[in-house]
Design a protein around this ligand. Structure first.
Ligand SMILES: *Cc1c(COP(=O)(O)O)cnc(C)c1O
Length: 378
């Protein structure tokens, strides 16, 4: 049995919608399927405004521009994350201030944030790791007290919710801005793809301009201005209609995709034996839902993690680990960034292992993975 780590799921409608987009003869961005997808997200999750982008990386870069980040500004973000969370703000000249992860979950330790705020801090970027929410109430209250912008890197968090004083609020809708990914490794995909959710009025108008290369082209097409011109900085952040058509096919099947992923996740969680001397299973804080983006184990040590990965490999199972703490990256070292002590981030870097989780994973394959893990001996 050979089990890959990931296999992109196709709903079967992708080519039909792409064909339709091609037949319509408008292949650049902001056409029928872009609008379909944006409306879908706005209606389902109550985002004030959505703009599809070519990636979550693009959406995060838009966030950095919208937040007016410039040299001298400090941005707080977790060290345990993907490089794009950091690059977007570094590109604008920000000083990155790395925060640690929680002890019970790889998400940012909200208790550590206040001590990192200075009079130069402009934004806090949180990452909903594995689609599990950070403690957004604490983070929003802290940010509001200090007048900071909150960006949710919700790349992994589509269809995840946070219990905010008894109200289940969609991830990506709580901070001022939210960034999503539709990369082929995520729950909902378009190959490469992403989306910016804008939840704060002050960013509504400018977001559209930055999206369209710094021009007011969108308001021109709505007939609000009689010509369009260059009014701000920006870039080409919008995807083509081919990509949006693909994405729309996925959105129509969102429920079955999510249900299937949760089924796989629960099978792992219920059938992998608790073996605290070898690993611990994921913990989901009471305030968060589980969108089944990924299933991971936290091994007892780095050596045990390597053993788990090699035992799985011997049994045809491809498992992987991530992330290497950004504050210890070659880039951080080359630039002599300060080296904060972030033991939890380092610990997850050393000990976390991810199991295969995708729609087409068969029951016998899941059982093979579970049996392999349950039979590992130290
Ligand atoms: C996947 C991911 C990204 C990048 O998404 P792209 O769409 O590939 O640019 C950013 N942040 C996190 C936390 C991710 O998991």
């Amino acid at each position: 049995m050979k089990i890959p780590f990931n296999k992109p799921f196709l709903t079967g409608k992708e080519l039909e919608y792409i064909q339709d987009a091609v037949a319509l003869g408008k292949l650049s961005g902001n056409g029928k399927y872009t609008k379909f997808c944006q409306s879908f997200f706005q209606e389902k999750y109550g985002f004030k405004k959505c703009l599809l982008t070519s990636s979550c990386t693009d959406a995060l870069e838009m966030c950095a521009i919208l937040a007016n980040i410039g040299p001298g500004d400090e941005v707080i973000l977790p060290s345990f994350t993907f490089v794009s969370t950091a690059n977007a703000f570094l590109l604008r000249g920000a000083k990155l201030v790395f925060a640690d992860s929680r002890t019970d979950h790889p998400g940012i330790d909200e208790q550590s944030l206040e001590g990192l705020i200075t009079d130069k801090t402009k934004a806090i970027v949180v990452v909903h790791y594995a689609g599990v929410s950070c403690d957004m109430k604490q983070i929003m209250e802290l940010a509001n007290r200090h007048g900071l912008i909150v960006v949710e890197d919700a790349a992994q968090a589509i269809d995840g919710y946070y219990n905010y004083d008894g109200v289940m609020r969609p991830l990506g809708s709580i901070g001022h801005l939210g960034a999503f990914s539709f990369h082929e490794t995520k729950n909902i995909i378009s190959g490469e793809g992403g989306m910016l959710a804008i939840n704060d009025d002050r960013f509504l108008e400018r977001s559209e301009i930055i999206w369209e290369k710094g021009t007011n082209r969108s308001s021109f097409f709505r007939g609000e201005v009689d010509k369009y011109g260059w009014v701000d900085i920006g870039s080409s952040f919008l995807p083509s209609e081919v990509v949006s058509a693909f994405l729309f096919a996925q959105l129509e099947n969102m429920k079955s995709i999510q249900d299937k992923r949760k089924k796989v996740w629960n099978m792992y969680h219920e059938n992998i034996q608790d073996r605290p001397e070898v690993f611990t299973k994921p913990n989901i804080p009471a305030y968060s839902t589980n969108n089944a983006h990924l299933y991971y184990l936290i091994a007892k040590s780095g050596e045990v993690r390597d053993l788990l990965i090699s035992k799985m490999a011997e049994n045809g199972i491809h498992s992987v680990f991530h992330y290497l703490s950004l504050h210890k990256s070659p880039l951080a070292q080359a630039n002599r960034w300060s080296q904060p002590h972030l033991p939890m981030s380092d610990s997850y870097s050393d000990r976390l292992v991810r199991l295969p989780l995708f729609y087409d994973l068969k029951e016998e394959e899941i059982l093979h993975i579970i049996n392999t893990i349950n039979s590992i001996e130290l």
